[in-house]
Design a protein around this ligand. Structure first.
Ligand code: BG6
Length: 460
């Protein structure tokens, strides 16, 4: 833990991320009594403080129509704006004046990568980097070398321990919960290996398209936007060796990623939904993928030969952040499987839902009623929201961590290095992505990789 922050500065306060995530997170912190410091918004747009407060109100109402007035008043009373061009030193002078007396500000850079450099240089030149922490969010660069350049830039201004790299998936309770599932239950560890597991399938599916972010998205695509970071973080939590202590989790994560082979275009299917090219902000003839499915190999004794099938896409049939652990079929011919279409019963599945419908579903074989020795599949769902109640949102948890100087839920730079190495071969290939209809499960060609063509989501 570090010293508690005494001001939060949000670069890009007028942007999409601030509206959808950061302002609601600040409100929720206020609601729980965990804000307590001024919040300074920085942006190019010359907004008055009143406009920022009105925007914050709208942002909060989008997620919580029943706004708690005292909590909102707390937030509103702490908000103020500093406007200017990110390349103009005047902006940082005005910011320094606003921050007079603040010893430990947190600077959250919710700005496009193109202006990261200006913001960091401006903070350093104004002497603000000497005392603050900085939070940067993915995408960390555009590829391995731009990511290193970004890191050099950050390190030129801030000491390593005060740079927090954020992947909001690490702040999600259900994602963090994978550690508890694996290492706090005696059920799973004995079967968590190639002897028992035939396939791991990780799906990040969204029912919606680029939601007005096509300008950003078209330069990124599904590989950079979510595969390189969120999907590989989940894969690392599934693949990692058991860490001996909480402090060892970061090492175990790095180690798991180091054992992942670079992905290959031969075992990847890229897709683009029909209609994408007509969206404002998309380059004519764009070959950006809005869907990717790929097979990842984890080269460890535990996982050798077990495919990790990763897929992510926009405009698919459902919203899902899922991991399906497919077990091998049981040996022995005592029962015939009613659903497997062949002799032995289907392999059990453990279906983990890490999104809003957070929970898990076991698929078990039970005896089919009747005289024959036949088993059939039943699904046993567990809805964690019902059991545990609503949990804090990732952005709220991570903002709170950043304010407290807690760094273990942020991304280790060695992780980012490995993630770029793994996705490197998929970046900007020559061939165009395959078209797919919005509302389906992406290009049918992905079935050859072992993705489940019509996944049955077994939410309770
Ligand atoms: C972001 C991506 O990092 O994650 C978005 O840029 C994506 O494109 C989002 O929609 C998904 O996050 P969540 O928390 O809704 O699963």
């Amino acid at each position: 833990m570090g010293t508690r922050a005494d001001t939060v500065v949000i670069f890009g306060i007028t942007g999409d991320l601030a509206f959808k995530k950061l302002l609601p997170a600040l409100y929720h912190l206020a609601l729980r009594g965990g804000l307590g410091v001024p919040v300074v918004g920085v942006a190019r747009s010359r907004w008055e403080d009143g406009r920022l407060v009105a925007t914050a109100r709208k942002a909060v109402e989008e997620v919580r129509p029943d706004v708690d007035e005292p909590a909102f008043e707390e937030l509103a009373g702490r908000l103020s704006m500093v406007s200017g061009d990110y390349a103009d030193e005047g902006l940082y002078r005005r910011l320094a004046e606003r921050l007079e007396g603040a010893e430990h500000p947190v600077f959250y850079l919710a700005v496009p990568p193109a202006v990261f450099g200006d913001a960091v240089d401006g903070l350093r030149a104004a002497g603000l980097a000497d005392r603050g922490r900085v939070v940067v969010e993915k995408p960390f660069g555009y590829d391995a070398s731009s990511s290193r350049a970004l890191d050099d830039k950050l390190r030129s201004a801030f000491p390593a321990e005060r740079i927090l790299r954020m992947d909001h998936y690490l702040g999600k309770e259900p994602v963090e919960g994978l550690l508890a599932l694996r290492f706090a239950n005696a059920f799973f560890e004995p079967m968590w290996n190639r002897e028992h597991i035939a396939k791991v399938e990780i799906t990040l599916a969204e029912k919606f398209g680029t939601q007005g972010r096509a300008g950003f998205y078209d330069a990124a695509g599904a590989v950079r936007d979510v595969l390189q970071n969120h999907a590989l973080q989940i894969a690392a939590l599934i693949a990692m060796e058991p860490p001996a202590t909480a402090e060892q989790v970061q090492e175990a994560r790095v180690d798991a990623l180091r054992h992942m082979r670079p992905l290959s275009l031969d075992t990847t299917v890229r897709g683009q939904y029909l209609g994408y090219q007509d969206e404002p902000g998309v380059a004519p003839g764009s070959t950006t993928e809005t869907y990717v499915a790929t097979r990842l190999s984890v080269d460890t004794a535990r996982w050798r030969g077990v495919p990790f099938v990763l897929r992510a896409g926009k405009n698919l049939r459902e919203n899902a952040t899922d991991v399906v652990i497919g077990l091998r079929r049981p040996t022995g011919a005592l029962f015939a499987g009613a659903d497997s279409g062949s002799g032995s019963p289907e392999g059990n599945q453990l279906h983990l839902r890490l999104g809003r419908d957070d929970g898990l579903t076991f698929s078990l074989q039970v005896k089919s009623p009747g005289p024959d020795a036949v088993s059939r599949t039943v699904r046993v769902p567990l809805d964690l929201e019902t059991v545990l109640g609503p949990r804090q949102e990732a952005y709220e948890r991570l903002l709170d961590d950043a304010m407290r100087g807690r760094s273990d839920r942020f991304v280790d730079p060695r992780v980012i290095e490995e993630q770029w190495r793994i996705v490197g071969p998929l970046l900007d290939p020559e061939q165009a992505p395959l078209p797919y209809e919005p509302g389906g499960w992406g290009p049918a060609e992905a079935e050859r990789l072992g993705v489940d063509a019509h996944p049955e989501r077994s939410a309770p």
